[in-house]
Design a binder for this molecule. Structure first.
Ligand SMILES: [Zn+2]
Ligand SMILES: [Zn+2]
Length: 351
């Protein structure tokens, strides 16, 4: 696909703007707003962008994936079911750290969390073995603000491979760097638990993504070191990474767009299952402040946040009103939402 040359600030994706629009939202105002945003924010870097590959990252990521393929063909998943279950267990733990922690809590502030929960989120996130919290939050805020433009770190208009993993294999587009500097990160830096996790990110990742996950099967159910290492490092960590990356690639390309037909992000059941509830990506880009990450989300991350809300560790859970969802869906959706069943789509479709 042709790279998107516009670094457009997606201003209509903020809670305040949408709520302001709630009473008067029409096709005309949406289009006018988009046009206005484009002309106000067209700040594309001068000159032609030249790719610069990061060869160390290419070799590292390729090597791990080759090991993953080798492990999938040679590892006997039935030899010890506890070890196989532990692969899944660690995917869930890391998945919660990403979805409930660095995504819905630190990036979007869709709920508030007491220190006990913030520690759990930081540990679970370390177990996912990704960039540190600061880099993750900054990149994701830029992704939402400039979705699928040159300023988006994993711009899906540059194709599936780029948005999935290719963006980690090359130097960032200058617009990504420029817009990244403009992102307000003061809230993250004001959280001592996040700052600790950022400062000691490498040590925490070594302990919670490698050391403990490999040691547990050996000491708890007599697994061999080799099988514990291969199952956790080559299989689990690569699955976790690819499941998370699929939100940026699969859920920006394939699926329906019931809440906004004019953006790339989609609703994708596979991504929902793989990421414990982050596959309602069309909804999420329209209502990023919803702590559920979906209109009706019964996946694990939301259930866990609800559980922590019950014991008082999570509070101020944010959600858009049903009325707002309905207005936006009927004005911008692609007609695949169940709301359209009572209304002929063609009568209301926006072109
Ligand atoms: Zn996205
Ligand atoms: Zn998000």
């Amino acid at each position: 696909m042709v790279p998107n040359i516009l670094s457009t600030d997606s201003k209509t994706l903020t809670e305040k703007d949408l709520q302001n629009e709630e009473s008067s939202i029409t096709t005309k105002t949406i289009d006018e707003n988009n046009e206005q945003n484009r002309s106000e924010n067209y700040t594309r870097s001068e000159g032609k962008f030249k790719w610069e590959l990061k060869w160390m990252n290419i070799l590292y990521i390729s090597f791990l994936h080759l090991c993953f393929v080798y492990a999938c063909f040679t590892f006997n998943f039935f030899e010890n079911l506890m070890t196989t279950a532990w692969i899944y267990g660690m995917i869930i733990i890391g998945g919660f750290g990403v979805t409930g922690g660095v995504h819905r809590f630190w990036t979007h502030r869709s709920y508030k969390a007491k220190w006990q929960l913030r520690i759990i989120l930081a540990v679970c996130f370390a177990a996912a073995n990704m960039n540190n919290i600061f880099e993750w939050v900054r990149d994701h805020r830029v992704h939402h603000k400039y979705t699928d433009t040159d300023a988006d770190p994993h711009n899906s208009n540059r194709g599936f491979f780029f948005s999935h993993v290719g963006w980690l294999m090359m130097k960032k587009h200058p617009d990504v760097i420029r817009k990244g500097y403009e992102i307000d990160m003061s809230d993250v830096l004001a959280d001592p638990i996040a700052v600790f996790a950022i400062k000691y990110s490498m040590i925490l990742k070594f302990i919670f993504a490698f050391l403990l996950p490999v040691m547990l099967p050996v000491y708890a159910w007599n697994e061999t070191w080799y099988r514990a290492f291969v199952s956790q490092i080559f299989i689990r960590s690569i699955l976790t990474l690819n499941f998370t990356w699929s939100v940026n690639s699969v859920a920006h390309i394939w699926g329906s767009r019931p809440f906004d037909a004019h953006i790339n992000p989609t609703e994708n059941l596979f991504v929902n299952c793989a990421t414990v509830g982050e596959g309602s990506h069309n909804y999420h880009h329209v209502f990023p402040w919803d702590y559920k990450g979906a209109e009706y989300n019964s996946f694990l991350t939301t259930k866990l946040i609800n559980f922590f809300a019950k014991i008082g560790w999570a509070y101020d859970l944010k959600e858009p009103s049903k009325k707002l969802i309905k207005i936006v869906t009927m004005n911008r959706g692609d007609g695949s939402h169940s709301l359209w069943e009572a209304v002929p789509y063609s009568a209301n479709k926006i072109e």
